[in-house]
Design a protein around this ligand. Structure first.
Ligand SMILES: Cc1ncc(C[n+]2csc(CCOP(=O)(O)OP(=O)(O)O)c2C)c(N)n1
Ligand SMILES: [Mg+2]
Length: 795
């Protein structure tokens, strides 16, 4: 490509000069990223002898791609997921833009420093998407693009923000992750646009060199999904050589060169290249005419002149795609892992680091004076003022909004009470109650007029079976294109009206649960990414939370705000049972950070918790919320509840007499068994109590908080569960029961030193009806009474 073909984005400097500057900045990124890792490992004091780590080779391979993207192509409104192991390059770019500090970079991988992998929450507002678990950040861009469209088509976005492109800079091994293909398929269904994935195709992962034939397959897959694929294989030096006599043979030789041999030769350098090329092509005079005049170094430079290291070629390709509009595009940028560093191409270089001696050599080559390692323009050949001016003029350097890249959105008022169906005396499950409430909210009447506009629901092919049907009938399914409901048009009877339009408020997904959580992650960040407030609700079968768990944790790690409704759950789903039973989910709910988990037994509790969830996900210090529900129909009580206690995680159904010796504590749909056992128990032990647990997660967190506060000197700190259990005798017995792993409750004994007998299935299930399963797994009335007897006898 000619220098002249770079379309100018600003008047000065000239295009040729701009390229010169870009090359200088590439150098700077290579230096800073390598130095950041070196400093963390070799310069900073090491107190524990543990390797700090970092990925100099992974950074080196993507320097030109990142430089082209951030210094030329990206606009402030674009949202970018950077491959985890290029974190230092990303921070170096922000440093050059004046958005990152030396202190933070010196602290790479130290407490308070920049994180190993870019983190929205810990590294601050410049990070659009956290990365780390490979594959997820890439796929996330598909869903953030979809949500950007959703927000715009619903008129919720900020009028001063143009739509952005959602870009992933991906490692090639990320394409081994199944979630990538799940997202591709889902993206195709939703006709997603404005997505770019730029693959750093260094043909190396952590352990090894990637098989040669793989990419042919992958390219085809992208095309099948409606993506453009742009391959950046060779740079201009090689392209020029290929144009000469003998060039065709040379090209064929490189094309046929196995990835592992290419990598090994790259590591070995010019002499090895010469030997290998001439062994095969030495009899061709034309090839010799290309190769012979070159020194070893020049030959190595030529043979490793790949497209992904040619910033002009990259810029040209990105600009060409930009000109094509909003078509999803995958760029396969051929690169060499460790390019420009001593271990370039070595298959073991993933975690490889330059030795101190190698670093000294590199420092000299980069013209960095000792003590000036962090200086912004140290070692560069152009005037600092010119470089600074260039950086200031980069499109990406412009402020997205006066408040920066991390946006905020006003909170949506949540009415004091949700429209609860008349439940008292009826038999109803929490799942059905949830569906009824959402359908009522879906009318959008009275105080719910505003709230309803901000709710978006999603489900991975379990919309109807998680009771979202009535809501969807009212609010419609989201699609960028209006599509009629064929069944309805043909007047065929169906309970579901599934017309699709840009104003629909339910996003119907295929079964892949990781996609649900990536979507909830994206939708749960809209306030920060688009300035629009969404209240996302995702429904999924409880056992399949496990299926999408990495993406769920990833969404929470980014502080995405959404409501997860998982139903049905436990072995209470009974005949459906067996493989579909979930026993570990209550423990996941407790252990997941930035996710408040609840399990109500009755619909009145659910109404309080769902209302709380709408508010909590909007609080600056709130979190995502998880409601574990059930299909078991329970006779609904008529009662007054203490809101605060239900939200805090526990409320007395029957308060014990002071100093009572025993209480039964239950969670979720085993309530009738606990109540029946309690009725029998209280005939013998009239002072016993019955406690409903709605959130072991919050109780536990609150308890840890109180202990921490006391350790910090606040003697009067206490917590809800301490106050609850203080009503019982200090040596009272707690018989606890839930349809989930009993360890969920086992800790309750540590709060006041009371004895706990925790009941719950600890083995994987089998089909059956509720009575036989509850009996088999020891959570029926008899099992609870047996546990009470044991507790009293031992007491
Ligand atoms: C889900 C997941 N599995 C495993 C890892 C460990 N891991 C870190 S990097 C890596 C290979 C990355 O290779 P690639 O994406 O090609 O990156 P690059 O070559 O650019 O370093 C692996 C397996 C991870 N971070 N995430
Ligand atoms: Mg790789």
């Amino acid at each position: 490509m000619d220098v002249e073909t770079l379309s100018p984005v600003r008047g000065a400097p000239s295009d040729a000069r701009r390229l010169e500057i870009l090359h200088q900045l590439e150098r700077k990124l290579l230096w800073l990223s390598a130095w950041m890792v070196h400093h963390a490992n070799h310069i900073r004091p090491n107190r524990d002898g543990l390797k700090v780590g970092g990925h100099q080779a992974s950074c080196a391979s993507v320097i030109s791609v990142m430089a082209a993207l951030y210094f030329e192509i990206a606009r402030p409104q674009d949202r970018i997921a950077v491959k985890p192991h290029a974190g230092p390059v990303f921070h170096a770019i922000n440093y050059l833009f004046g958005r990152q500090s030396v202190e933070k970079m010196e602290g790479l991988r130290a407490l308070g420093g920049v994180q190993s992998y870019p983190s929205r929450v810990k590294d601050g507002p410049e990070v659009d998407f956290s990365t780390g678990s490979v594959g997820l950040g890439v796929a996330m861009t598909t869903f953030s693009a979809l949500i950007q469209d959703y927000v715009r088509l619903h008129g919720l976005g900020r009028s001063d923000l143009p739509p952005g492109r959602h870009i992933a800079v991906a490692g090639d091994a990320e394409l081994d992750e199944g979630n990538i293909y799940e997202a591709l398929l889902e993206g195709w269904k939703h006709d997603v646009r404005d997505v770019w994935w730029i693959v750093d195709y260094n043909r190396q992962s952590l352990d090894s060199v990637v098989p040669d034939r793989l990419f042919g397959r992958i390219e085809g897959l992208f095309r099948d999904m409606g993506w453009n694929v742009v391959t950046l294989k060779y740079g201009r030096k090689l392209a020029a050589a290929f144009g000469r006599p003998g060039g065709d043979a040379l090209r064929r030789w490189i094309d046929d060169c196995p990835n592992s041999l290419y990598a090994a030769l790259t590591f070995q350098g010019g002499a090895a290249w010469r030997q290998a090329v001439l062994a095969d092509l030495g009899r061709s005079r034309a090839v010799r005419a290309i190769v012979d005049p070159l020194s070893d170094d020049e030959l190595a430079t030529l043979m490793t002149n790949l497209g992904g290291h040619d910033i002009e070629a990259i810029i040209e390709a990105l600009r060409a795609a930009e000109a094509e509009g909003d078509q999803p595009t995958c760029f396969i940028a051929y690169t060499i892992k460790g390019m420009g560093l001593p271990f370039a191409g070595h298959k073991d270089n993933h975690a490889g680091m330059m030795t101190k001696e190698q670093m000294e050599g590199f420092r000299a080559a980069m013209a960095i004076r000792p003590g000036h390692e962090w200086d912004r323009f140290e070692g560069l050949d152009l005037p600092a003022a010119e470089l600074a001016e260039f950086l200031d003029g980069c499109p990406f350097a412009a402020k997205l909004t006066p408040e920066g890249r991390a946006l905020t959105a006003p909170t949506i008022a949540v009415p004091a009470e949700l429209p609860v169906p008349k439940v008292a005396g009826r038999k109803l499950s929490t799942q059905a109650g949830f569906g009824d409430m959402l359908a009522e909210i879906g009318r959008g009447q009275g105080p719910f007029k505003e709230l309803v506009e901000h709710i978006v629901t999603a489900s991975p092919d379990v919309t109807v079976s998680t009771n979202l049907g009535p809501w969807v009938n009212r609010r419609g399914i989201f699609d960028r294109h209006t599509r009629n409901d064929v069944f309805r048009d043909a007047k065929l009877a169906s309970a579901q009206r599934w017309g699709m339009s840009p104003l629909g408020q339910h996003i119907e997904l295929g079964i892949a649960e990781q996609n649900l959580f990536l979507l909830l992650g994206a939708a749960g960040l809209t306030h920060a990414l688009t300035g629009a407030r969404l209240l996302p609700i995702g429904t999924v079968y409880d056992p399949f939370v496990n299926r999408g768990l990495d993406a769920l944790i990833y969404a929470c790690y980014q502080d995405a705000r959404f409501i997860l409704v998982s139903t049905p759950s436990g072995l209470t789903l009974a005949p459906e049972g067996g493989q579909h039973q979930s026993i570990n989910t209550p423990l996941i709910g407790m252990a997941a950070d930035r996710l408040a988990s609840f399990e109500p037994a009755y619909v009145d509790e659910l109404a309080i918790l769902l209302r709380h969830a709408f508010a909590h996900i909007q609080q600056p210090h709130g979190s995502a919320v998880w409601l574990r529900l059930s299909t078991r129909q329970l006779q609904q009580p008529a009662r007054e509840l203490d809101l605060a206690s239900v939200i805090a995680g526990a409320h007395w159904v029957v308060a014990p007499e002071p100093e009572a010796r025993i209480a039964i504590l239950y969670q979720g749909p085993v309530a009738p068994e606990a109540e029946a056992a309690f009725a029998e128990l209280s005939a013998e032990v009239p002072d016993a109590g019955l406690l409903a647990l709605t959130s072991p997660d919050l109780l536990h967190a609150d308890w840890l908080g109180a202990m921490r506060a006391r350790r910090a000197g606040r003697r009067d700190a206490s917590c809800h569960i301490e106050r609850i259990l203080a009503l019982l005798a200090p040596d009272a017995a707690l018989v606890t029961v839930l349809d989930g792993h009993p360890a969920t409750h086992a800790w309750l004994g540590a709060v006041r030193g009371q004895r706990v007998i925790a009941l719950g299935p600890d083995h994987f299930g089998q089909s059956g009806d509720i009575p036989s399963l509850y009996q088999e797994y020891g959570i029926d009335t008899e099992a609870i009474l047996d546990a009470c007897a044991q507790a009293l006898l031992c007491g």
